[in-house]
Design a binder for this molecule. Structure first.
Ligand SMILES: [Zn+2]
Ligand SMILES: [Zn+2]
Length: 394
């Protein structure tokens, strides 16, 4: 049996760092994690020279990269976006839909189904059905034309593919409750997103399985936004609802442009690393020169401008998702918050794995789990990527 042993590094375990670690993989699984200097004699030895050995990252909210958006709906687009994120350390990915037509979403699902069977790409663990069920006043950078309320004859088709593992809908839309129930039957992580929901609407959604809110503070309700919608007395918003309920989780775009350091620290301290995920929410401009790009489908998606650091709406008055990979989010979170390295990595691996029900197979360095591993420099730059034990060319 061929063994590979990563030696001479610091393993990032969920709760601590393990110096002088030896991580042994057989075929596609991790078979042992020990400390010391001796690897199995028959193993192919990879000396990582003092670098970190980290679990691969898991991104539950990501739109594209390398010039491609998942909503382009072709296997080639899905492949190149997935590969681009692989180079930034994402070994498990949930391609995410935007607002768009039924045909565009179906094409996207078909393309994902095809690429899911391929090797040499990050593990495509499922699709995040994100658009089109957004609130009209909270579409953000998504095209308004492709937004609508949920209808069973539409979403049941998507659920029937078996690919949807994360399902988003704004809680205040008519039909939201039936949507959440259908998603719960499919055992999805159910999220309320692009929403101006009130406390009462969140309560109703929670009762039928909603447990997660997308990019915290972005395109979601706040006390002031609800005052406009419902007047006084001022009402609790999605933010307070998440903060107050232990069973609710959320995510942040930690690219340094969406949220100031104090908000990242606040989210980390209030929620802790087991209720907070790092996501990229990255669009097609990842690893592309600054310029104008479509968000969503390449023919009729809305326009965004990348300045090379972040995406902007064309008038530059609001942000339009990120243009960087998960490695950037991890570095930024580590640099600007008091979270420890195991905690930061956990927010990008084990926490999203648990929320999406794949933590028995992925998300941490643990015997028996898939050998989805990263070698990260001391500055947390991606040096090598292994997916199921196979090294990805980066
Ligand atoms: Zn969004
Ligand atoms: Zn998004």
């Amino acid at each position: 049996m061929p063994y590979t042993a990563l030696v001479g590094g610091v393993a990032v375990l969920p709760d601590r760092l393990l110096e002088d670690a030896i991580v042994v993989c057989t075929k596609n699984k991790i078979t042992s994690i020990t400390q010391g200097r001796k690897a199995p004699r028959t193993a192919e030895i990879i000396d990582v020279g003092g670098a970190y050995i980290s679990p691969g990252f898991i991104d539950i909210h990501v739109h594209g990269g390398s010039g491609a958006d998942f909503m382009d709906g072709t296997p080639q687009a899905v492949r190149s976006a997935c590969r681009a994120h692989g180079r930034h350390g994402t070994t498990t990915i949930f391609p995410t839909t935007t607002t768009g037509s039924r045909k565009q979403i179906s094409d996207m699902l078909d393309a994902c189904a095809q690429v899911k069977r391929e090797k040499g790409v990050p593990n495509l663990a499922g699709v995040h059905l994100y658009g089109p069920y957004f609130a009209e006043d909270k579409v953000g950078c998504h095209s308004l034309a492709g937004r609508r309320s949920p209808s069973p004859d539409e979403y049941n088709r998507y659920f029937e593919t078996g690919l949807i593992k994360i399902a988003t809908c704004a809680a205040e839309l008519s039909g939201a409750e039936a949507f959440y129930k259908a998603a719960r039957r499919r055992r999805c992580l159910i999220t309320c997103g692009h929403s101006n929901a009130t406390w009462t609407e969140m309560q109703a959604a929670f009762r039928v399985g909603m447990r997660h809110v997308d990019h915290f503070w972005c395109a979601m309700s706040s006390v002031p936004s609800l005052r406009k919608r419902c007047d006084v007395p001022m009402q609790g918003s999605m933010a307070e609802y998440v903060l107050m309920h232990q069973r609710m989780s959320t995510e942040v775009i930690a690219d340094g442009y969406h949220l100031a350091p104090e908000l990242l620290e606040f989210a980390y301290r209030m929620l802790g690393p087991d209720r907070l995920c790092l996501v990229t929410d990255c669009n097609r401009a990842l690893d592309m020169p600054p310029g104008r790009y479509r968000f969503g489908n390449r023919r009729d998606g809305s326009w965004l401008e990348s300045d090379g650091h972040v995406g902007w709406a064309p008038d530059r008055t609001s942000l339009a998702s990120s243009v960087v990979g998960m490695d950037h989010m991890v570095r930024h979170m580590k640099k600007t918050t008091s979270a420890t390295l195991p905690e930061v990595i956990r927010m990008a691996s084990l926490t999203p794995a648990k929320l999406t029900g794949i933590a028995n197979r992925r998300g941490s360095l643990e015997t028996g789990k898939h050998a989805d591993l990263l070698v990260l420099s001391r500055q947390l730059k991606v040096q090598r990527v292994f997916i199921g034990g196979q090294e990805l060319a980066i």
